[in-house]
Design a protein around this ligand. Sequence first.
Ligand SMILES: [Zn+2]
Length: 332
Amino acid sequence: MASGTRPGSALALVLLGLLPGCSSPSAQPAPPAHPQPAGSVTPITVDSTEEQIRQAVGTARVGRKLTPRTWPNGARVAVCLSFDVDNELLQRANPLPVPLSVGEYGATTSVPRILDLLDRHQVPATFFIPAMGVMLHPEMVPAIVARHRHEIGVHGWIHEFWPGIGDAAKEQRLLTQSIDYLTKASGKRPAGVRAPGSGFSPQTFDLIRKAGFLYDSSLLAADEPYEIVSNGQPSGVIELPISEVDNDYVYYGETANGSLPSPDAVFEIYKAEFDLAFQERTMFILTQHPHVGGRRSRIVQLDRLITYIKSKREVWFATMEQVAQYVKQAGS
Ligand SMILES: [Zn+2]
């Protein structure tokens, strides 16, 4: 949670979906880690029956693990660089010039800087972008698409917090609008989705499945790809799970106004995370927010991390869609 934010007001902001960094539950104050609007879900209590508890946790669970025997070209690990391009839309509660400028930096400076970095390393990435972020910065998507190696995924309409909507039909409309907007802007229907603020309402998974997404990347239940099981049934939707540890937001905060902890220390954490993924032959997904991680002292460390990962050689850099397609094919 950002310094200077009082816990009470922070909780109110979280309920509005305004405070959290994009996909990190840890950016939200704890407890509760995943606040839900009152009445939208039935709490688990000491009086709940076993069946009620099973039902309460059953919406999106870990099914078949999908790490293949081998990754393409004999690689030991798949590496996905993902960017949640939230920019100004994290400042919806306070759309004044100065807080907005913190997010605007992500579009004016960080995204071009990130694209240049990816060009230098010749590696792909996945960009999850709220539709109205595309509207505010129409130059971003063409710049990403022009590289011919990156992917664009759904990240809400205005980075709204889906559990806060409280209306399945409205949530569905927003998801459809978001898909349509990105499809039109990028020329390709998005294959993947990442819930803004890691917010899944009780209906969200069903909406994602019905929308035909190949994969979701919002959950945190494993370090490797898996098939989501919903209410006991394999869903066919692949989860590429994220980790709060591999997320810039939890280290640098929402206002991007400081570099402590040291970016050197953050690099060491990411490196250790990658090293074990390499050893375990699974997958490493890094989640960055351009307006946060694209700051100068921080992107230097991202450059260093990519250089380190490339030095290991038996690595497959891929978009998340490529990973999902590969594990789906290998697991079928
Ligand atoms: Zn986000």
